[in-house]
Design a protein around this ligand. Sequence first.
Ligand SMILES: [Zn+2]
Ligand SMILES: [Zn+2]
Length: 339
Amino acid sequence: MSSIMDERVTDEIEALEAILMDDVVIKRVGDVPQSIETVLHPSTGDDIDQQYVCATLIVKLTPGYPDTSPEVTLRNPRGLDDEVLANIHLQIREKLADCIGQPVVFELIELIRECLTESNLPSGQCMICLFGFTKGDMFIKTECYHYFHSHCLALHLLSSRQYYEEEKEKLAPWQQMTRAPFKEICPICRIEVTIDPSSLAGAPPPLSSVNAAPFFLTDEMKVSDHAPPPISSVNAEPFILTDEMKELQRKMADLLAYQQAKGGIIGYGDSGPAPLTITTPEDNENNDNNGTSGCSQDSKVSNANSGIINNRQSGNGNSSNDNSAPGSPAARPAYRGPY
Ligand SMILES: [Zn+2]
Ligand SMILES: [Zn+2]
């Protein structure tokens, strides 16, 4: 970008700062504005409780802007499913094409706000029960704009606390004293939430779950001892770690270290329950019997096959494993989730 700024850009930035004030962040290198960032919500007047969706608009000013289109991204969309997002992106592209030669940021803000207002209801699923939101469901929005059925979140928070207490009981007294206090956290992004589960206690279960056919394990889902292994696996060349793969592993390890340094790895090294770990009563029984069964391989196979989310391996509760090396999942006890 030339050091003499285009007056159209200067005027636009001035107006943005005057109108949006603290809600807009202009990143500059020296005096030259590089990008504009603002969090957008649906237009609901001042009623923040009625805003169920949001997204962060980032406009990166290209050197020729406004005679060339800026680079536009939507970051951290909340409550919006892929279809809605794709539609917003399409409209953004059309708007950019229409507005070449003139400042476009206000137009974009208005366009996205309109889209958010139209889609101001959570779309997608409750990430706890995986059922959608239907008319009549009681749902809750966390501070981080994640949605759950009130019933599901209440169960999750209560189970998390119970899990925390049970794990605490297992510790030596001095460890119990130094253990961080329990926090209610969003099961998706792990941000602390200020929700009292007892306030959700009366919420009915999601309507779709009430009307859904009961789950049963079909023959197809069951692991058969007699089924042959996949033919391709029998005929495949034996696995050899090539230099190329080693290089990839090194790159991935660097990436993990970078993400960790940026705080991008959710739950890494945490002592609390994994987000969205769901187990069945059978899993709990299996875990109770773990020491005597001697067939951990089999139980892993059946867990993987039954479509149950259980991203924690069963273990012996040895908390010193929590900070194991990148790439090796910490051996933690299975979380006794609500289901
Ligand atoms: Zn739910
Ligand atoms: Zn969240």
